[in-house]
Design a protein around this ligand. Structure first.
Ligand code: ATP
Length: 588
């Protein structure tokens, strides 16, 4: 027996009037108990205002105007009247209810609307594309309104326009499903399975069909995203060491989390942190993952960050954010905002679920799955086993200086706990953000050989501030961004007159450059902020023993300050002042 849509609409109406989780759960439990296994998938998803889990990408949502047209077709009431009603109430559901109540006076509806009818018509609407698709969608929607009672019409209009908003949380739906088959005591198990197979409709169908035993059989499945493991936040590095003893501390890349499902035959799916399918938005990631994958099949996780394609240095988060949510101009965006992916975990490999394995073992598997030399866009995350606060602070500052957001400290023995936020992973981020408004004039004291596209020229310059007290040049950043192609090619020629054997005696550097220059040429540089650095010598020991200052995200503005002598460059003291000002600004 097909389930009448009326059963659902009645419960929706009641749900609208309650707000407590317990009440909601008991209403939903009553609803799901009444629905047979053949309709439960559809009923669960319609209740959540969707046709399937997010990862299926069943794009939905009909414009209000088209919904009004469908109501008009079904009721004979003209669109203008309906529009004025909509302006009056602001609720398309109410407009549909009103219009259908008028119709009721004219004729009795013939056929009863079923859950299956509603779901199928909506599904067909998502499948239509191309010419005439819009009209067909309106027709399919109008068919539903023709059969609907006023109350049913109200919810159909809301589902159609993506404005269901019953306020039921997924967790409540999950509990109601469990309760509807008398398995609330097995909630934890069901939730665990939901975390590796996040489709409530499917879980409900399996529960109805096979009971808890069926759910127990659910396994990690290639193509179905696993809910991500999450971390708590530490206030200082001490807390991390206290909790973990020894911790695997990784760079915390500032980009988009990606869970990548890969098969040797070329199948790839990329899912976001919220389990949306990102595959079509990142064909470049698909390509480099495919090119370097050496396993049979796997699910790996990583962070995709914006990079400077020539130096592979990180770019700010805003740049990768431009790549998100695009349907058009994808190729253009790939060129404008190139990205690289840093993998940090492996959940499944070659038929084996790795979630119960220790992090260090999962990482070993991850290492073995890729040819890390096949592409310069895919890497394994920078990580170090650390057991003391000092080393942790140093690693953190290096991460910040390299353009990361901070660190992710992970218990090396920990399993992968899908969908869970615990202290097994601890994030420690810098707690301020500031934009440097002033540019700096820095002296080039050395350079690094370029690789890949930059072979034959420099990959980056080593830049320094001037310290007038000691008459030295102190390094403050590597500069590889902001040069146009022509300048880039000409860099060795520009610096040829200043090349020298070994470091200039006035240059203070802890970094070994490939080429050293006489400190003569001054360039204008824009940075994002100043950070403490365990490497650079600018204002060393002035803020903290053993640390200097560095410029984060430095970019050449295009201005060669030929009008400035190296002694006119920004001084280390000025950088120190900027650093203090930045801290004060944050404190405000
Ligand atoms: P959360 O994801 O914990 O809810 P959020 O969305 O605010 O919080 P953050 O607080 O910035 O994100 O930190 C967590 C995110 O950091 C991860 O979801 C992941 O995208 C990112 N990340 C970057 N590098 C790593 C890494 N090495 N290991 C794990 N996550 C990383």
């Amino acid at each position: 027996m097909p389930t009448p849509f009326k059963i659902i609409a009645d419960i929706y109406e009641k749900l609208e009037k309650v707000s407590g989780r317990i009440e909601m759960r008991s209403l939903l439990t009553a609803l799901f108990s009444k629905i047979p296994e053949d309709d439960i998938y559809e009923a669960v998803h319609l209740t959540l205002g969707q046709l399937g889990p997010d990862f299926m990408g069943l794009e939905f949502g009909v414009a209000e105007k088209l919904t009004l047209r469908a109501i008009s077709l079904a009721t004979g009431i003209d669109e203008r009247t309906l529009m004025s009603k909509l302006i009056e109430s602001g609720d398309i559901g109410k407009v549909a209810e009103w219009a259908l109540s008028k119709k009721k006076q004219m004729a009795l509806f013939v056929e009863e609307l079923t859950v299956d009818n509603v779901y199928k018509n909506f599904k067909k609407m998502t499948e239509l594309s191309g010419q005439g698709a819009m009209e067909l969608r309106v027709k399919l929607l109008a068919e539903l309104f023709q059969k609907a009672s006023p109350k049913e019409g109200k919810y159909i209009a809301r589902i159609a326009t993506g404005t269901m908003r019953l306020g039921v949380a997924e967790a409540t739906v999950l509990e109601a499903i469990a309760a509807s088959i008398g398995a609330l005591h097995k909630k934890d198990l069901i939730e665990k399975k939901y975390n590796i197979y996040p489709d409530l409709g499917e879980i409900a169908r399996i529960l109805k069909r096979e009971g808890v035993a069926g759910v127990e059989k659910i396994r990690i499945t290639l193509g179905v995203p696993v809910r991500p493991m999450l971390g708590e936040r530490a206030k200082d590095p001490r807390e991390i060491i206290e909790r973990h003893g020894v911790s695997l501390v990784e760079y915390k890349y500032d980009g988009l989390r990606m869970q990548i499902h890969i098969k040797k035959d070329g199948f790839i799916r990329i899912f976001s942190r919220s389990l949306e399918d990102l595959t079509s938005q990142f064909p470049d990631v698909v390509k480099f993952v495919r090119e370097s994958f050496r396993g049979e099949e796997a699910i790996v996780e990583g962070e995709t960050v914006a990079i400077d394609p020539d130096t592979l240095e990180f770019r700010p988060f805003q740049e990768v954010a431009h790549r998100r949510g695009r349907k058009y101009d994808i190729q253009e965006a790939i060129e404008k905002y190139p990205v690289a992916t840093y993998l940090f975990d492996c959940i499944y490999a070659n038929g084996e679920d790795l979630t119960d394995k220790k992090l260090l073992d999962r990482r070993k598997v991850l290492e073995s799955l890729f040819d890390w030399n096949a592409s310069d866009r895919i890497f394994i995350s920078e990580a170090k086993l650390i057991d003391n606060v000092k080393d942790l602070e140093e690693f953190f500052l290096k991460a910040i200086e390299d353009g990361c957001e901070g660190v992710m400290a992970k218990d090396p023995e920990s399993p992968y706990k899908a969908g869970v936020r615990e202290w097994l992973w601890i994030k420690y981020k810098r707690d301020y953000k500031s934009e440097l408004t002033d540019t700096l004039d820095l002296v080039a004291v050395g350079a690094f050989a370029g690789k890949g596209k930059r072979a034959g020229t420099y990959g980056a310059l080593l830049m320094a501030t001037f310290n007038p007290e000691e008459n030295t040049f102190e390094t403050v950043c590597k500069l590889g961004t902001g040069f146009d192609d022509r300048t880039l090619q000409k860099l060795p020629e520009i610096f040829r007159p200043y090349l020298r054997q070994g470091k200039h005696p006035l240059v203070k550097s802890n970094i070994e450059a490939d080429y050293w220059f006489d400190p003569v040429v001054v360039l204008e540089v824009q940075g994002a902020e100043i950070t403490l650095s365990p490497v650079h010598t600018c204002a060393r020991d002035r803020v903290k023993p053993g640390y200097g200052l560095a410029i984060r995200f430095p970019r050449f503005t295009g201005r060669w300050r030929r009008d400035k002598k190296p002694e006119d460059a920004t001084t280390s003291d000025e950088v120190l002042e900027m650093y203090k000002k930045q801290l004060r600004k944050v404190g405000e």
